[in-house]
Design a protein around this ligand. Structure first.
Ligand code: SF4
Ligand code: MG
Length: 302
């Protein structure tokens, strides 16, 4: 294995070109999605995961326009429903690395119930929440994470509903892995996504993403002037949930990024199931064996 930096591009079994797609990016110039796509590919290469062992699910939104820009198995689903699809895949075949992507519009509205139950069930997937604080794909409506009073296309006089702090919400539910990163810092994003992939349980990665076309408030520069990495703090313990809750609160002056919380005793959903204990086969193998039985039965009657 090469140096840390080189493993982003080439590893023992896989290189960045294995995740190459010939489809042309359609995101706006300077969109944060470019950095997120690069960090996701780098993380998979650095973790030495080949495309055939990867399943990436995308919600509807600008994030979803990345669904055909990366190699591997992919699914582009319904608005707000990416978590259940990804969860089903992960439960059917635990050998796959499953990554789900969704935006703030879908996740904090239609998808919020799925998020809550995925956290409490601790399904073993990595969820990348592209938080650009608006509905970008549908041209700049306010979402639940748009900052207070900001004029958006759906609310030209400024938003009136209170703003949700996504990370604080996730931590209040006791997520077993919670990280926050910034689309302008590809190296940090890569490392955080890698840690999310390695974590056994539901890994939530909030990506503070700029949307230069529709969000003129939380711009790249706005974040750049406020984010800091908790790794620089001497006294921050990311296994302490109360500390993580506390440090996640500030979303206007100093914004904490990095791995904010990891539960060292995380037990994922599939290891909690009494009736699966002792099974060495995957659900996908069992379905195949049922298929064989039914084909045999079918052949007796034709
Ligand atoms: Fe990116 Fe915003 Fe353009 Fe969507 S609308 S591609 S989030 S800049
Ligand atoms: Mg959005």
């Amino acid at each position: 294995m090469g140096s840390l930096c080189n493993t982003y591009f080439e590893n023992e079994n896989v290189s960045l070109k294995d995740y190459y797609s010939e489809n042309i990016y359609t995101w706006c110039t300077n969109c944060g999605n470019y950095g997120i796509a690069a960090a996701t590919k780098r993380a998979l290469v650095a973790e030495n995961i080949v495309p055939k062992d990867t399943f990436m699910c995308f919600d509807i939104g600008c994030n979803g326009n990345g669904s055909d820009k990366i190699g591997g198995y992919r699914l582009h689903g319904l608005h707000g429903r990416v978590i259940p699809v990804a969860t089903g895949a992960a439960l059917a075949n635990r050998k796959m690395t499953v990554i789900a992507s969704g935006g703030d519009g879908a996740t904090l509205s239609e998808g919020i119930g799925h998020l809550v139950h995925a956290i409490r069930s601790n399904y073993n997937i990595t969820f990348l929440m592209h938080n650009n604080c608006n509905y970008g794909l549908t041209t700049g409506q306010a979402s639940a994470s748009t900052r207070p009073g900001i004029p958006m296309n759906s609310s030209p006089d400024g938003t009136t509903a209170d703003t949700m702090n996504f990370m604080n919400f996730v931590l209040s539910l006791g997520a077993s892995f919670a990280a926050r990163t910034f689309s302008g810092n590809v190296d940090q994003m890569t490392e955080v996504i890698r840690a999310g992939i390695r974590h056994i349980g539901f890994s939530v990665v909030e990506i503070l993403q700029n949307c230069p076309t529709y969000n003129k408030d939380t711009t790249h520069e706005w974040y750049q002037n406020r984010v800091y990495d908790t790794i620089e703090l001497n006294d921050f313990d990311n296994t302490n949930l109360d500390s993580a809750l506390n440090i996640s609160k500030d979303m206007s002056e100093r914004i904490a990024t990095g791995i904010l919380y990891v539960n060292p005793n995380s037990v994922p959903f599939d290891q909690r199931l009494e009736n699966r204990k002792g099974y060495t086969t995957e659900l996908v193998d069992e379905v195949k064996s049922y298929n064989n039985v039914s084909q045999e039965l079918f052949s007796r009657f034709v």
